[in-house]
Design a protein around this ligand. Structure first.
Ligand code: GDP
Ligand code: MG
Length: 355
């Protein structure tokens, strides 16, 4: 399952956010290959389409698609050099699909900031610097093992050199320009800064209420990455409240809905994922595939055998299916497409795989 590692300095609200997220924990029986670990929360991705399709099909249950969030100990300066829990911490996030970086925006004298001042752009730079240093270490180790004059490793050598130069000049690996073959080398190294980032800007309720937005300096530091503004303590409070209470609390900060759902949806986007759907009397279910997956690749999500055994698929957009009122009418009107192995799955396709 695709996962997101939550990183950030100590005392920025990571665990509070994680706790709020785990209130959205799904029944993990439905998700094979899920890790059972107190620091891992398997969170359902909110999807309005599921309820509508389930009603149409009279489904016994609804199963959303899910992603894992991993809460990791705080990262401090020197982590890349293996100080304290640093190294172990960094090993924990090598496998994640994307990194959610929590940045403290809220001011609170009672809660110590490790740098003694609230400077979000500075904090982001400090964290990203540690991640880059860890990547540099990975690269230097690999360079030591590679015989540079061996022509069979020319691509690897050039990739390593470009990555080293880029990282040393303060670039995240993901922003370093590489040829396609070199990209493969970089991917295989599992570099931390070669992952997509989503920034969680943890503001106070007052900041939220007054429409706080990142300033130019912070925007520049974040670059093109996705970001979400929320208050982690407020989200935790919401997640522990009844629907009626939630309404009152939301009004107080001029919000119409929890920002946590927005975060989960955005994280799914950051991971580069697409949702396709299946619907019937047993269940209406959302499935995950990579954004450019073909039908057989997508079918793997349902069963690992399905990629091999795939013959064809019947596909209809969820809205078209809903508007026409179900499979029988859709079939009668010829609205269901039969597609082969080359078909690239579109977000919102309702699919029946024939094996
Ligand atoms: N005022 C305020 N305090 C917060 C907020 N988020 C977290 N805190 C507090 O900051 C402290 C550290 O939070 P925690 O989630 O454990 O941070 P972590 O070290 O990043 O995991 C706790 O006392 C939280 O209640 C917030 O949005 N506003
Ligand atoms: Mg914590």
């Amino acid at each position: 399952m695709l996962s997101i590692g939550i990183v950030g300095l100590p005392n920025v609200g990571k665990s509070t956010l994680f706790k709020a997220l785990t209130k959205k924990q799904v029944d993990i029986q439905n998700y094979p290959f899920t890790t059972i670990d107190p620091n891992v929360g398997v969170v359902g991705v909110p999807d309005e389409r599921l309820g509508l399709l389930a009603k149409m099909s009279n489904s016994a249950k609804i199963i959303p698609t899910a992603i894992e969030f991993i809460d990791i100990a705080g990262l401090v300066k020197g982590a890349a050099q293996g100080e304290g829990l640093g190294n172990k911490f960094l090993a924990n996030i090598r496998e994640v699909g994307a990194i959610a970086e929590v940045v403290r925006i809220f001011e609170d004298d009672k809660i110590t900031h490790v740098h003694k001042k609230i400077d979000p752009a500075d904090d982001v730079e400090a964290i990203n610097m540690e991640l880059m240093l860890a990547d540099l270490e990975t690269i230097n180790k690999r360079i030591d093992k590679t015989k540079v004059n061996d022509p069979s490793v020319a691509v690897e050598t050039s990739a390593l050199r470009k990555l080293k130069i880029g990282l040393e000049s303060g670039m995240l690996a993901i922003n370093i320009e590489l040829a396609d073959k070199e990209e493969e080398v970089a991917r295989e190294l599992n570099l931390l800064t070669n992952k997509k980032f989503i920034y969680i800007l943890n503001a106070s309720e007052n900041q939220l209420k007054s429409g706080w937005q990142p300033d130019e300096k912070l925007k520049k530091t974040i670059g093109d990455s996705d970001f979400v503004i929320l208050t982690s303590t407020f989200e935790l409070l919401l997640s522990e409240s009844s629907a009626d209470e939630q309404k009152v609390f939301l009004e107080e900060v001029n919000l119409t809905e929890s920002r946590l759902d927005a975060l989960i949806k955005k994280a799914y986007h950051t991971l580069g994922l697409t949702t396709f759907l299946t619907t019937g009397e047993d269940e209406t279910r959302a499935w995950t595939c990579k954004a450019d997956a073909t039908a057989p690749q997508a079918a793997r999500a349902i069963h690992t055998d399905f990629e091999q055994k795939f013959i064809r698929a019947e596909v209809i957009n969820w809205k078209t299916l809903l508007d026409i009122g179900g499979y029988a009418s859709a079939r009668a009107k010829g609205l269901i497409k039969t597609v082969g192995r080359d078909y690239v799955v579109q977000d919102g396709d309702v699919i029946e795989i024939k094996i």
